[in-house]
Write a protein that binds this ligand. Structure first.
Ligand SMILES: NC(=O)c1ccc[n+]([C@@H]2O[C@H](COP(=O)([O-])OP(=O)(O)OC[C@H]3O[C@@H](n4cnc5c(N)ncnc54)[C@H](OP(=O)(O)O)[C@@H]3O)[C@@H](O)[C@H]2O)c1
Length: 337
């Protein structure tokens, strides 16, 4: 095969506060030769996830990305060359790849790599049927244990995970209240996504709005943001509430990243409630069951898959920043031209 040129974004600096475009460095290099056990992928689309802020900064559930290494992302690529018997040219593969045109991989690591059924839409695979859809599914059903009649509150509600969590809770017969930033997102939640109510945390008094919308307290809180909103929800728990700790994006740009803990935790005792963190990977054995349900609900029109699509590898750095300014509406993806 003729020598291929790879355009890529390398991690240039550990972010201080908000991610900056200068935290990445553009690089062009030849694609190295394939070794036995490897495949070469032409990347088709990248997922953007708040957790990437952690990978850039410190050891989490994966080691911190070394400075000078290609920036990592969940992605879908198409096999252009294979030295593995189980992968052939043209196969679509999902895994942890890089912000680059071509990724050479053996598929090892926490995320592994999965071959997608022929004809799969890479954008669907990285959104509703990818990490965020699965997180919404297991967070709502396995951790949140929602049941009919529950009052279900979700923050980051117009985002990839939050919107799907709310729609699943709705399918399960909950009264669903979303917390999101801005009128347009809140309007979408009630007009399009089927939520019963939405609270615009940027313009409303969240504590007062929770009191109004949840007069009998909150049975399940799906927390994507942490910080002050988590505290306001803890102040309004119903007896036997389940607080699902999915993420804490309001804290990710704080020094040390973990920010401050909740003040109102004592309500967990008073209301005999449970607060539980989870990582979607702990449910990996059950992904097929989740995907079957998500496909069924999506096909029946019960779940909308809202995608915010950027285009072109050169725009990757400014695209990741959108997650932290709230510019994204639904799942943030980037398609390579
Ligand atoms: N536990 C797991 O296994 C797992 C897996 C995937 C994701 N997560 C977590 O799930 C959460 C959502 O991730 P996602 O990929 O679905 O992203 P997303 O919700 O699609 O995008 C992030 C959203 O967060 C909101 N946001 C940003 N800064 C904020 C702040 N300071 N305060 C309040 N809200 C803020 C913005 O919405 P507004 O415009 O509404 O502010 C933004 O659109 C994150 O916390 C992520 O770490 C956890």
């Amino acid at each position: 095969m003729a020598e291929l040129k790879n355009r890529q974004w390398l991690l240039a600096a550990r972010p201080q506060g908000m991610i900056k475009e200068s935290d990445f460095r553009w690089n062009e290099a030849a694609v190295p030769a394939l070794k036995d056990g490897q495949i070469l992928l032409r990347n088709r689309a990248f997922s953007f996830d708040p957790t990437q802020r952690g990978w850039m900064s410190m050891d989490t559930y994966i080691p911190a990305i070394p400075l000078g290494h290609v920036m990592l992302a969940m992605a879908v690529g198409e096999v252009v060359e294979s030295k593995r018997p189980d992968y052939a040219k043209g196969d679509l593969v999902q895994g942890l790849f890089g912000w680059e045109d071509y990724t050479l991989t053996d598929g090892r690591g926490l995320f592994g790599m999965q071959k997608l059924p022929p004809g799969t839409d890479p954008l669907l695979a990285l959104s509703l049927l990818g990490v965020t859809g699965l997180t919404a599914y297991f967070g709502t059903l396995a951790v949140g244990q929602v049941k009919e009649g529950d009052t279900f509150v979700v923050s980051g509600a117009a985002g990839a995970t939050g919107s799907v969590a709310g729609m699943i809770a709705k399918i399960k017969g909950c009264r669903v209240i979303g917390i999101a930033g801005g009128r347009a997102k809140c309007e979408w939640l009630t007009a399009q996504a089927g939520f019963d109510a939405a609270i615009d945390y940027k313009h409303e008094d969240v504590g007062e709005a929770l009191k109004r919308h949840c007069p009998k307290g909150i049975d399940v809180y799906f927390d994507n943001v942490g910080g002050e909103i988590l505290d306001l929800v803890l102040a309004r728990l119903a007896d036997g509430a389940r607080v699902v700790l999915c993420g804490a994006i309001s804290q990710y740009n704080q020094a040390g990243m973990l920010g401050t803990g909740p003040k109102n935790y004592f309500n967990l005792i008073l209301h005999r409630s449970r607060m539980e963190g989870f990582l979607v990977f702990q449910f990996a054995q059950r992904y097929p069951e989740a995907i079957a349900d998500l496909v069924k609900w999506f096909s029946a029109g019960q779940i909308k898959n809202q995608i915010d699509l950027a285009k072109g590898l050169e725009h990757a750095p400014k695209t990741i920043i959108r997650l932290f300014t709230g510019a994204n509406f639904g799942k943030q993806l980037l398609e390579l031209k």
